[in-house]
Design a protein around this ligand. Structure first.
Ligand SMILES: O=C(c1ccccc1)c1ccc(O)c(O)c1[N+](=O)[O-]
Ligand SMILES: [Mg+2]
Length: 221
């Protein structure tokens, strides 16, 4: 049967990127998506914004919702301090299989735990299965109408602490209007929009960075 786009992307990585060199894997994927076949990685332009937020937060525990082929997983993992952990959730088994190989090619598998399944099912298992108490940074990049319900779930489960940062991709294109309205209006978040472009295009898109000031904020004094 015909190969999939993620499989062709992986073949391009194996042909053009150096094992154990995350930047060369990132560059190979960007080249493939810009010059051969568009794909929905966060990309190089929004990727530099993601990098700057990761460096600013210097998180000990990161949750990524939506692994896809592992591009943003690598961008985050390559910047993590020794001992810091990244858990990434992917719903689609075929994409997860490609992502595991991309992450391994970059030599970052020891920093990443890739879990297959639905975020709605897995988020409630974070404590018991992964020993995570709370997340310092969450990168939301999965189905856009799951951003809000999953955020509410993390709040209710106490997985966000004072200062936890939510960084959401695609808040303009394809868009996450309910999520955006929530984080921008709720007294629970200090939210800021980083204007950019949809990966590998001139269409406007951007990342929304929302800092959780603590569960007490927004409740009755
Ligand atoms: O939903 C799409 C999409 C919709 C239609 C066609 C192709 C992709 C998309 C586009 C850009 C993204 O950065 C992204 O994360 C996604 N996604 O699926 O999560
Ligand atoms: Mg995206």
């Amino acid at each position: 049967t015909r190969s999939s786009r993620p499989q062709r992307m992986l073949a391009h990585v194996k042909r053009h990127a150096a094992r154990g060199d995350p930047q060369s894997v990132i560059d190979a994927i960007d080249y493939f998506c810009r010059h051969k076949e568009w794909a929905m990685n966060v990309g190089d332009e929004k990727g530099t914004i993601l990098d700057s937020v990761v460096c600013e937060v210097s998180p000990g525990a990161v949750l990524e919702l939506g692994t896809y082929c592992g591009y943003s997983t690598m961008r985050i993992a390559r910047l993590l301090a020794p001992g810091a952990r990244l858990i990434t959730l992917e719903f689609n088994p075929a994409n997860a299989a490609v992502a595991r190989q991309v992450i391994a090619w970059a030599g970052l598998e020891h920093k990443v735990q890739l879990v297959e399944g639905s975020s709605g099912d897995l988020i409630p298992q974070m404590r018991e299965k992964f020993g995570i108490d709370s997340f310092d940074l969450v990168f939301l990049d999965h189905w856009k109408d799951w951003y809000l319900p999953d955020t509410r779930l993390m709040e209710e489960l106490g997985l966000l602490h004072k200062g936890s940062v939510l960084l959401a991709d695609n808040v303009i294109c394809p868009g996450a209007p309910e999520y955006l309205a929530y984080v921008r209006s709720s007294p629970r978040y200090d939210s800021r929009y980083f204007k950019s472009h949809l990966e590998y295009t001139y269409v406007e898109d951007g990342l929304e960075k929302s800092v959780f000031p603590g569960a007490s904020a927004g409740s009755r004094p």
